[in-house]
Each structure stands twice: as structure tokens, then as C-alpha cells.
Ligand binder design. Structure first.
Ligand code: C2E
Ligand code: MG
Ligand code: MG
Ligand code: MG
Length: 279
């Protein structure tokens, strides 16, 4: 069809779109070899309980150092890996590496993000079981983060797997809460241990009364349901005071620490505990 219409058909594509498609294609090609080439590593961001100012754990975040482009954002490469299925082996590597790393920490949790695609692949619960056993990490020290997109397409099957995961003793949190279409309905379908309030709300607390109202409402919802509420993306002391006042029970964000390499986790724990002793 396009051919029949002749060369003119191609004018539908702007040069920028062509460039974008080419760059995405190249990225996808590089992504295929990245695991074997050991181009991935994890960084860890502290999570703090508000009431006691206690460091409770770290979220593991994936980093890809592309051989020529340098660091590529997960926001850019994870959607590609989800589309071509590579997120399944990559996600398994993340989980195994995070569990192995956390096994040497004192009594704090590690939180790992799961892609919806990993739920559609078979054997997720078995893989989690094997990662915990191999690392010697007690299941109570693993938290799995899912977004509502994981629950969207095949809700029943996904909820079933979430129950299997919970039965292992791991905790499950609902990530990026508030930005989806049906976040609320999922709270009824599965008893999450934690709600993570999307950072777009936290970032606008200073100028938007709507954001304040939304964060306050999510926090009280969490309190009624007996679910922890973590405010994501807390960068300033003002935001910290805001989310505390709104009733959130935990925070994560640059204010308490940027994601750091595994080798710096011990020092981060020490620093945050020292700050707490002084405060
Ligand atoms: P997320 O799970 O919501 O992770 C939080 C993101 O917010 C991280 O971005 C973190 O670096 C960033 N962040 C934390 N505190 C602050 C702050 O105070 N200010 C600002 N501006 N940003 C903050 P990152 O590492 O770029 O990851 C982006 C997203 O990519 C994650 O969002 C998650 O959805 C996804 N992702 C990262 N690692 C993995 C992984 O191993 N597997 C899967 N499936 N997804 C991952
Ligand atoms: Mg997360
Ligand atoms: Mg999030
Ligand atoms: Mg996110």
C-alpha cells in the first residue's frame, strides 16, 4: 500500500521521528547483549520511617552503562526491554543480585521493582523463592514493588501470583500510586503492605493545594486500611514537613539520599543512623 502510493508516503515521517526510530533500534540491539557484557549494575536508595526517623531499607534501582552512550535512563530502556521480553532475564538478574547484596546488610529490607511482563512469564514465584534461598535472605527482608500497569491487563492471574508471593513471606507494595486510572480499585483486590505515593504529588506540595489534599487523603486511606504510605521524591526539608503533616508514614527521596552503589550502603546506614541519634 505504502509502496503503491510512491515515495510521497514516506513524507509522513518527520526526520526527527526517523532519527528517534533509528536510535531506539540501536538501543534495542545493544540491550540484547548488555546482560552478558555485564553492563548493568544496581544502585540503592534509602527508605526512612518517619515516626522514628529510622532507616528501614533500600530500593534497588537498575542502571545501564552503555559502552558508547554512557548511562541510559531506565525510563528509556525498560519500556524497550518490556516490549521485546528482555525484561524477564534482566528482571531476574536484578532480583538475584539485589537479594545477594542485601544478604550482607544488617536487618533492613531491599525493595525490587517488578515489571508487568514478569508476571505474564511463568514461574515468577518459583524464581523469587530460588533467589531468596540462593542468597540466604529471609523473605521478610524482601519487598516487591508493582505498579498498577502490572494489574491492568490480566488482573485475576496477577492477583493470584501476588498471593503466592505474599505466601512466601515477602512484602508487596503498590508503586507510583495516584497517577493511574484505577489505583483505588486495586487496593480492594489485594492487601498491599505499602502504598508509594507518586513523586509528582510530592513535588508540587508547595504550590498546589490539590496535591496537599491528595497526599493527605492517600495517607489517611493508608491509615484506615493499616497500610504504610511512603512519599516518593522528597527533596527538601519543606516537603518532608509537608508529608509528615499529611500523615505519611515513610519517605524516600534525595533529601535522605540519592541512590548509591552497593559499596556505599554500609556508610549510608551509618550516616543516617548517626543523624538519627543526634536528632
Ligand atoms: P520508581 O520505582 O518509582 O523509582 C523511583 C525513581 O525516582 C528512581 O528513578 C529514583 O532515582 C527517582 N527518585 C528518587 N528520589 C527522588 C527525588 O527526590 N527526586 C527525583 N527527581 N527523583 C527521585 P530511576 O532510578 O530513574 O528509575 C525510574 C523508574 O524505572 C523506576 O521508578 C521504576 O519504575 C523503573 N525501574 C528502575 N529499576 C528497575 C528495575 O530493576 N526493574 C523494573 N521493572 N523497573 C525499574
Ligand atoms: Mg519503585
Ligand atoms: Mg515510584
Ligand atoms: Mg516510577
Amino acid at each position: 500500500q505504502a509502496k503503491a502510493r510512491g515515495r510521497g508516503a514516506y513524507q509522513l515521517f518527520e526526520p526527527e521521528m526517523e532519527e528517534e526510530a533509528r536510535s531506539r533500534h540501536a538501543l534495542e540491539h545493544n540491550l540484547r547483549g548488555a546482560l552478558e557484557a555485564r553492563e548493568f549494575h544496581l544502585v540503592f536508595q534509602p527508605q526512612v520511617r518517619l515516626e522514628s526517623s529510622e532507616l528501614t531499607g533500600f530500593e534497588a534501582l537498575l542502571r545501564w552503562k552503555h559502552p558508547s552512550r554512557g548511562f541510559v535512563s531506565p525510563a528509556e530502556f525498560i519500556p524497550i526491554a518490556e516490549e521485546n521480553g528482555l525484561i524477564v532475564p534482566i528482571g531476574e538478574w536484578v532480583l538475584r543480585t539485589a537479594c545477594a547484596t542485601a544478604a550482607s546488610w544488617p536487618d533492613v529490607t531491599v525493595a525490587v521493582n517488578l515489571s508487568p511482563v514478569q508476571f505474564r512469564a511463568r514461574g515468577l514465584a518459583a524464581m523469587v523463592t530460588s533467589a531468596l534461598a540462593e542468597a540466604g535472605l529471609p523473605p521478610q527482608r524482601l519487598e516487591l514493588e508493582v505498579t498498577e500497569t502490572a494489574l491492568l491487563d490480566d488482573s485475576e492471574a496477577t492477583i493470584e501470583i501476588l498471593h503466592q508471593l505474599r505466601a512466601l513471606g515477602v512484602r508487596v507494595s503498590l508503586d507510583d500510586f495516584g497517577v493511574g486510572y484505577s489505583s483505588l480499585s486495586y487496593l480492594r483486590k489485594f492487601p498491599f503492605d505499602r502504598i508509594k505515593i507518586d513523586r509528582s504529588f510530592v513535588g508540587t506540595l508547595g504550590e498546589s493545594p490539590e496535591s496537599v489534599a491528595i497526599v493527605r487523603t492517600i495517607a489517611s486511606l493508608g491509615s484506615v486500611l493499616g497500610v504504610e504510605t511512603t512519599a516518593e521524591g522528597v527533596e527538601t526539608e519543606e516537603q518532608l514537613d509537608f508529608v509528615r503533616e499529611c500523615g505519611c508514614t515513610a519517605v524516600q527521596g534525595y533529601y535522605f539520599g540519592r541512590p548509591c552503589p552497593a559499596a556505599e550502603v554500609a556508610r549510608t546506614i551509618e550516616t543516617l543512623n548517626a543523624v538519627r541519634r543526634v536528632a
